[in-house]
Design a binder for this molecule. Structure first.
Ligand code: GTP
Length: 378
């Protein structure tokens, strides 16, 4: 029976400060940790046992997911004292995974496709494994796959640093989507107890031996490694979920929402449990609000993620922002990002009355957890 391993032990440096207090895989996407969404998709394809390759903040992941009973799947954990790289982490799970083919998932990607189709693709190709691919308009940010179109064999696997777009211009190309289905023979290619990267050190060898194929995944795909991608990934997934709910005439707004007259909601919007929205607010489009959030009167929010337990006072403006859990925004605060850059508040941040935080044109504006912001910043 196919098993799975999810990689959840990296340092997540590009997602700081959000990832300083919570491992990247527990960060919510549309109000559910990204790793839970992945586990549920594996489960719906018949996977009953998975290993979580944890290292950085391992205890938080273990505490949240335990033995998997809550999600109806069996979860084991590897014991990786220091991060061993993506392949080193997989090698540690050899005893769990050595009997059958298994999925490997980077724990920081969002998608919504049927894994059974990937199993069928692997059965057809009969290689050592299949890499899920996605055609993206900006391939130079990812590992690029050069593929043989009629067989789907991967001819070259180029890491970010090795790929130069033709004439310096990005053209859509299939990239490594961070989801693999591999045979246990893979373990022969990974040295034990060493830091090894599957992308740098293992896949190029398998490609040179003509053993890897690709499977182009349907639907949405987003790597949430950076804050802008996290916001964009949440929005894409929300729209995808809503598309399916529309047929059932359901939405993502909790039915007990406490909303005062004249507050307006512009879809797509997600609202969790026990949320209060006071009068004359304008919420949306592209807003995701967690549980136990208060939003005071005359507040405008769009293109923004708000995690659980936030208190947002009155007369506030939030645009292109991420507000982590337990933040407190006093009256008249403004958080304004732009197309490329966000305003990001990590957990337990307090922003005092009338402070304006405006992202500069070339970088996001971040506030570390537990900070109190008293002055305007841009
Ligand atoms: P950055 O530091 O921002 O690059 O993030 P990262 O450390 O998460 O690295 P990357 O995005 O390349 O990792 C892809 C996936 O592999 C993520 O789910 C990581 O948690 C996981 N990962 C990366 N390195 C390791 C490792 O050494 N051990 C384990 N167990 N997982 C890892």
């Amino acid at each position: 029976m196919t098993k799975g391993i999810i990689l959840s032990g990296g340092f997540a440096t590009r997602l700081r400060p959000l990832s300083c207090v919570i491992p990247k895989t527990l960060i919510p996407v549309v109000n559910k940790p990204v790793i839970e969404r992945q586990i549920l998709l594996l489960k719906s394809a018949g996977v009953r046992e998975i290993v979580l390759a944890v290292s950085v903040m391992a205890d938080l992941v273990k505490k949240h997911l335990g033995n998997g009973e809550k999600l109806g799947i069996k979860i084991e954990y590897t014991d990786e004292k220091n991060p061993l790289g993506t392949a080193g982490a997989i090698k540690l799970a050899e005893d769990y995974l050595k009997d059958d083919d298994f999925f490997i998932l980077n724990g920081d990607v969002i998608f919504n496709f049927d894994f059974k189709e990937m199993i069928q693709a692997h059965d057809r190709y009969k290689g050592l494994g299949v890499i899920a691919s996605k055609i993206v308009p900006d391939p130079s940010r990812y590992g690029v796959l050069i593929v043989e179109e009629d067989t789907n064999k991967i001819l070259k696997f180029l890491e970010k640093s090795e790929y130069t777009p033709p004439d310096g211009k990005n053209i859509p190309m299939p990239i490594n989507a961070g989801v693999y289905l591999l045979e246990p023979d893979i373990f022969q290619y990974i040295k034990p107890n060493k830091k090894v990267s599957i992308e740098h050190d293992v896949f190029p060898i398998l490609v040179s031996e003509e053993k890897l194929y690709h499977y182009s995944i349907p639907g949405i795909w987003k790597d949430i490694g950076k804050p802008e991608e996290l916001l964009e990934g949440n929005i894409q997934l929300m729209k995808d979920i809503l598309k399916n709910l529309k047929e059932k005439k359901e939405n993502l707004i909790d039915e007990n929402l406490d909303i005062e007259g004249k507050a307006l909601i512009y879809p797509p919007v997600t609202i969790g449990k026990n949320v209060v929205i006071k009068k004359n607010c304008r919420i949306g489009p592209n807003v995701i609000i967690g549980d136990n959030v208060y939003i005071g009167a005359n507040t405008e929010i769009k293109d923004t993620l708000i995690y659980n337990e936030a208190y947002i006072s009155k007369n506030i403006k939030c645009e292109k922002a991420i507000i982590a859990d337990n933040c407190l925004l006093h009256d008249g605060v403004q958080l304004v990002g732009n197309n490329q850059n966000l305003v990001i508040l990590s957990s337990f941040v307090e922003v005092l009355d009338n402070v304006k935080l405006i992202a500069p044109p070339n970088s996001s504006l971040t506030v570390c957890h537990h900070d109190v912001v008293r002055l305007d910043v841009s």
